[in-house]
Design a protein around this ligand. Sequence first.
Ligand SMILES: Cc1cc2nc3c(=O)[nH]c(=O)nc-3n(C[C@H](O)[C@H](O)[C@H](O)COP(=O)(O)OP(=O)(O)OC[C@H]3O[C@@H](n4cnc5c(N)ncnc54)[C@H](O)[C@@H]3O)c2cc1C
Length: 403
Amino acid sequence: MSDLESIDLANPTEEHRMLREMIRRFVQDEVEPQALEFDREEKFNLDLFRKLGEYGLLGISVDEKYGGSGMDATAVAIVNEELSYSDPGFCLAYLAHAQLMVNNLAFNGSELQKSRILPKVCSGEWVGCMAMSEPGYGTDVLGMQTTAKLNSEGDWVINGRKMWITNGAIDEDGTPADICWLYARTGTDSKGRAEITTFLVENGMTGFSVGQKIYDKSGMRASNTAELVFDDCIVPAENVVGKPGESMIHMMRNLELERIGLAAMALGISRRSLAAMNQYASEREAFGSQIRDFGQIQRHIGESWAEYRAMRAYVYDTARNTDLSKSGNRLDTDGVKLFGTTIAKNIADRAIQVMGGYGYVGEYTVERLWRDAKLLEIGGGTLESHQKNITQDLGRNPEKINE
Ligand SMILES: Cc1cc2nc3c(=O)[nH]c(=O)nc-3n(C[C@H](O)[C@H](O)[C@H](O)COP(=O)(O)OP(=O)(O)OC[C@H]3O[C@@H](n4cnc5c(N)ncnc54)[C@H](O)[C@@H]3O)c2cc1C
């Protein structure tokens, strides 16, 4: 076999293949049995989350010397795909911790911050979140109104509210995340743009609390979403990441991994939905034949297969081309999330259609996947923001099209 023939984008090395097999077993034994219950009850499974730490998944992209597994963006995509095959809501909580908070610290924190905090978040002792969005500012992130000012003792005083924060609360009692990767405005540059600084806000710091846990979400109900309040919140100077006012670069770089992570979740949703509709089409008979003999059912299955395969190639090709220590892959990380998330929603929708009334009830899983898939078109950047970014990037670099 030539090298070209042996390339498997989704499992490029033996290590990746073993990782996938390990997670598949874990998902089958431990994730699948609880998924329906935690979705119905709108609860985050904290015990199961901590188990991900025992498997080395909470610090998947973190250097081993801090308790991580030292793996790459492809490994991140593998974990998210496999978890989302069964429980995208649980995977979203994992993503918020491992990709939005932990990975960001691993690549941007100081040695002191990394050696103190990373072992705790890699083991699962601490749960992390990332707070960027606000009640009045989402896509327009640079409009954020949460501010931080230095006081006379050299501490930072933070005021504002953050909205929609996954893992913002870790239980029903309003306990905040153990650590919050917080973006706040610390100034305005000469062009009038916000200067953004990152703060590591820890549970127990004065003025940091949960405003409300947000209930009755359409999907992703197995992850907690909360409003966070910073009311004269005091954060010591050693909890600032990088230089004040210079967080745009790591915000943008980490968003690239977030988009790959969310697209990989879409891939898991698509694969499960396709498997479910394919199996059902053989089992169900109508008018004296299997429903898979009907042309309209064949269209649902055929189109889903082709779209799933195209998405799989795009997700893993983009992951392979993403170096976690650098930014520079906005075009394709936007592209893959734009493409994959709507496809996942459509494939889950077709699965419901193929399965008729059964598809519409929770026990058959695909209605949950359909609800979960919708969030992927909003969180981590809306479809419209991806369209905007791609058009901007191709305007600046039209040669990309003919590369
Ligand atoms: C379940 C859930 C979990 C989340 N988790 C987190 C988290 O952990 N951390 C975090 O910081 N945030 C989180 N978010 C927030 C999420 O990232 C935002 O909801 C998202 O960025 C969109 O912001 P918005 O809701 O304020 O909508 P808006 O930005 O107000 O958008 C409203 C509409 O206007 C469109 N729009 C806005 N600007 C433009 C433009 N320039 N051109 C064209 N259309 C435009 C949007 O595309 C959208 O259709 C989460 C959200 C949800 C629902």
